[in-house]
Ligand binder design. Structure first.
Ligand code: ZN
Length: 467
């Protein structure tokens, strides 16, 4: 008998492997941070023994979800500055908040976001941090990612212009300085958290970039192997400003600067022309689809079905809590399918299985992590979660995939394992004091809103002043 570190038994296992096998009475063995074996409980009982047995009777086991785009600090502004389109909203809410953010606050808000990602089944998260010049703020967000236990990629944006659009001076920096900082972060933090973290490049948005800045990011990506992510065509303003400045649309301009490539994860892509989609296919660009954020800011419905049919890899994302008001990947799963059904006026255009593919294997491929996460198979990282469907919201179950996508909520996610480590057990974090963190974040958020001046966005009568 081989000894393993954890043996999960009697689960319905949704493997997301290439045949989309669902195992009945399945078992999964973990050795170190990897999956050692998957099979039926009888098969694995005959091969393995463990001091750590997890009885998953009546539970479904899924690979951890991949959240392709968020801004972890934005949990600070949930419910602050509603009902605005993106350009107005960044100027009124997120820019002043980021500019006033301290490292201590960044840590607390990032922790809140990380914990909700985990509670909603997201075990891999790509962070897109604004280009603050205080390195301590970046280190604090990275520390939160490490401490929370999740797997992730930390990216820090380059924005070398944009004052005319209200970007505060604290968030603008020459591209070479910003890139030098990202390179330093890459050296310092690649492999942090027992190998769970790596570092990538991000570009704020087209109207906050010069053409030499765009070219410099591409050169840095080629030299360092870091991926690039960028907000692209979230609103019609991107193309409007690119046309004004360069006489071209955003995506053709990015093609000319060499930014497009298989290492680019384009975020939003709501307003796309046929030529834009063709360029994405030609260059192998992947898209992060943020359905809740697109609805919240009234940005529009991205042509995800059309992009996928053309050959673009699609992954799912929550976006920051500022334009979502939470980090719930289960809500994102559900809305990812529903919003496309509305756009296409065709209920069959995105099935539950397709939405789950976006949130698992396809998202992993977008990040360049295929063969590491997003699927349950021997040799891959042991990143998974268990769903107990026995709540009124999720019961009865006929099809575990349909239950996860359309019926499950955070209260159904009982156990979360990342890198072979049990982070959430019986619905509670094993090594973190969640209640203490939430109280500290609440206090910090109100303090920050006061300093950043964003509390003026609130109607005085409705303010939260509990006794
Ligand atoms: Zn974003």
């Amino acid at each position: 008998m081989e000894k393993v570190d954890l043996l999960v038994r009697h689960a319905v296992i949704v493997t997301q492997n290439s045949d989309r096998v669902v195992l009945q009475d399945g078992a999964l063995a973990v050795l170190g941070n990897r999956i050692a074996a998957i099979g039926t409980t009888d098969e694995l009982d005959a091969r393995f023994q463990s001091d750590n047995l997890l009885d998953a009777r009546g539970r479904a086991l899924f690979p951890g979800l991949v959240n392709l785009h968020t801004h972890l600090f934005q949990s600070a502004v949930k419910g602050l500055g509603e009902d605005m389109a993106v350009e107005q909203w960044v100027q009124a809410v997120t820019f002043p908040t980021a500019a006033a953010l301290s490292a201590e606050e960044a840590y607390l808000f990032a922790m809140v976001s990380c914990l909700e990602n985990l509670r909603s089944g997201a075990t891999t998260v790509m962070e897109f941090m604004y280009g603050l010049q205080d390195p301590a703020v970046h280190e604090a967000v990275i520390q939160a990612m490490v401490d929370s236990g999740l797997r992730g990629r930390y990216t820090r944006y380059v924005a070398d212009t944009g004052a005319a659009m209200g970007l505060p001076p604290a968030l603008i920096q020459p591209a070479d300085e910003a890139l030098a900082h990202v390179r330093a972060l890459q050296s310092a933090y690649t492999g942090a958290g027992d190998g769970r973290l790596d570092v990538g490049l991000s570009i704020g948005v087209i109207w906050a970039m010069t053409e030499p800045g765009l070219c410099a990011v591409r050169r840095c990506a080629d030299e360092t192997g870091m991926t690039i992510t960028m907000h692209i065509n979230e609103s019609p303003f991107d193309n409007l400003s690119a046309q004004q400045q360069w006489g071209r649309n955003t995506i053709p301009l990015l093609a000319e600067c060499g930014v497009l490539g298989p290492d680019l994860i384009a975020v939003h892509c709501v307003h796309m022309t046929d030529e834009d989609i063709r360029l994405f296919v030609e260059h192998g660009v992947a898209v992060a689809y943020n359905p809740v954020s697109n609805m919240y800011l009234g940005s529009g419905i991205p042509p995800v079905v059309e992009m996928e049919q053309a050959g673009v890899t699609i992954g799912l994302a929550t976006d920051g809590s500022g334009s979502n008001n939470c980090q719930d990947m289960l809500e994102t799963l559900k809305f990812s399918a529903l919003l496309q059904k509305v756009r296409q006026q065709n209920p069959a255009c995105v099935r539950a299985q397709r939405a789950l593919d976006w949130a698992t294997c396809d998202g992993a491929r977008a990040l360049g992590l295929a063969g590491q996460v997003g699927v349950l198979a021997p040799g891959l990282y042991a990143d998974f979660f268990l769903v107990n469907p026995f709540t009124p919201k999720a019961t009865p179950v006929h099809d575990p995939v349909a239950t996860l996508v359309y019926s499950a909520g955070q209260s159904n996610i009982e156990t979360v394992v990342v890198n072979g480590r049990v982070l959430l057990a019986h619905g509670a974090f094993v090594q973190l004091n969640e209640a203490e963190l939430l109280h500290a974040a609440q206090h910090a958020a109100q303090n920050l809103a006061h300093r950043a001046g964003t509390e003026r966005l609130l109607d005085r009568r409705g303010r939260w002043r509990p006794v």
